[in-house]
Design a protein around this ligand. Sequence first.
Ligand SMILES: [Zn+2]
Length: 311
Amino acid sequence: MRAVAALLLLAACSGASAGSDSGAAYTLPLGPDGSSAPLVVPFDGVSDGVAIDVTAPGCFRLAGAPRGSGAPRAGRFVFALEGELEVAFEVIDCATLTPIPANDTGAALEVTVTPFVIRDIDRVPLRLHFEPDPSLARELDDLLAPAGLSVRIETTAEAARTDATFHAGDVDALAPLATLAPGAIDVVLAGCLRFDDPIFGPPATLDAYTPRIPGGFGPADAIYVRGADCASSDPIELEPRALARLIAHEVGHVLGLHHTVETDGSTDTLDDTSADNLMHHNPSRAAALGWSASQARIMERHLSAMEATRP
Ligand SMILES: [Zn+2]
């Protein structure tokens, strides 16, 4: 069974602004393999994209490639609307990240679809949970300029540098690190960050992390940067240029970008990216900076959606 969101777009686009109030709600039944029924959003000729908020009975992810974007229990996805859009989701085990047959969940996904029109937005709002070096904003602007973006740093706070051990299916340990709020991308200077995958261990030390692609506003939805040595617990003071590189890479994730090449060799679906890019899985190692045209377009779209569908 396909859930068709036709009436929604006609209704929502007649308003002056596409706030979250204009979204329409749907229930997507889960099939025997844990996949949801497809959600079909027709092309209305007016909207540039749709934001789809999903609430699931457990962890879930977008069905189909590319995967690897975390496994939240609720979250927002943003899609361009260049024709009819058909998407589906699958409920997965939080620990193993494998699909759960619907018989085990006995529930459906609740989704809200909100159309938006791309606005001319080029400032990325960042809320830094640490006192930045005065040159950090300039370094970030230099890295984002090729995508036509710059940063707007809204507030700062003292860094708590709290340690956290977590994995993609369980990011609860990140939640206590900072109080997050909608309206900007929170950047948290943490202590030691350990990614402890229950299947593929051993625990790995991360330089930076964001729980899912694209980001939105949900549990632990922020950029976390490691600010302490995991062995000694001594604080780490990154050079502004190195810190900006980590943050710009995570901003890319929050604004919808996958790694150009994953550690397992799989690649993103964009045809104008190469391995040597700021979205390399290890941004500190990528020789080339900058963004491809497709990457810039995706980031602009997500930024617009963030503003247009802000909770
Ligand atoms: Zn990354």
